[in-house]
Design a binder for this molecule. Structure first.
Ligand code: VGL
Ligand code: ZN
Length: 206
């Protein structure tokens, strides 16, 4: 039995709580702001806190605007496989890429920026969407003695999902705190994410 009480070898992974995924943003996730009070309450309880920040160059290959005749939320095939196309979002240095101003994240020790290579999108905090290029997060967590990740943030069905799955793949225990996540929910993707995470041994907790 794993204890749900927070231990010293636990890490809180706060995923993509950025303006563009919140209400006025270009890729707004429904009800995203509702998670802020919960995350702000959780963060001080963890000795290790890591943030991820979606961080794309202008003209990124995951932007529909980079592909003539393509619309946001369509999928295309890139060299590494299927890729959903998105509105332009989280452009490096833009206000949309900033963390939400009400996120109290001063205690975080590491910010993993991802999606900075033009040709590869990156949902997961561990691996880019080619499932091969790493962000370096595994090494950092191992060297800090982390065994379990508590995942919160945006979006449940994309970056939270793939981060939690890769956490399991890398040998960590993973808990997704569902009340501290919100999803985009394209064609049942929230439910698909829950099923995939459960099958991989991710604990979905409320
Ligand atoms: C995300 C789509 C594109 C996310 C990032 O944070 O879930 N989704 N980029
Ligand atoms: Zn993105």
């Amino acid at each position: 039995m794993t204890s749900m009480s927070i231990q010293d070898n636990d890490c809180l992974l706060i995923i993509d709580v950025q303006n563009d995924f919140c209400s006025a943003g270009s890729l707004a996730v429904p009800d995203a702001e509702a998670i802020l009070p919960l995350i702000n309450e959780l963060a001080p309880q963890f000795s290790t806190v890591v943030l991820t920040q979606d961080w794309h160059p202008a003209g990124h290959s995951s932007f529909a605007s980079s592909h003539p005749d393509k619309q946001a939320f369509e999928t295309i095939t890139l060299p590494y496989g299927e890729q959903t196309l998105w509105p332009d979002h989280c452009i490096q240095g833009s206000r949309g890429a900033d963390f939400h101003p009400d996120l109290q994240c001063n205690s975080a020790q590491l910010i993993i920026r991802k999606g900075f290579r033009s040709a590869i999108d990156s949902y997961s905090a561990f691996y880019e969407n080619d499932h091969t290029t790493t962000t370096g997060l595994t090494g950092y967590l191992r060297q800090r003695g982390i065994q379990r990740l508590f995942c919160v943030g945006l979006a449940l069905d994309y970056c939270v999902r793939y981060s939690a799955l890769d956490a399991r793949r890398e040998g960590f225990d993973a808990v997704v705190l569902e009340q501290a996540c919100r999803g985009i929910d394209i064609e049942g993707s929230n439910e698909a994410a829950r099923a995939a995470m459960r099958d991989a041994g991710v604990i979905i907790a409320s």
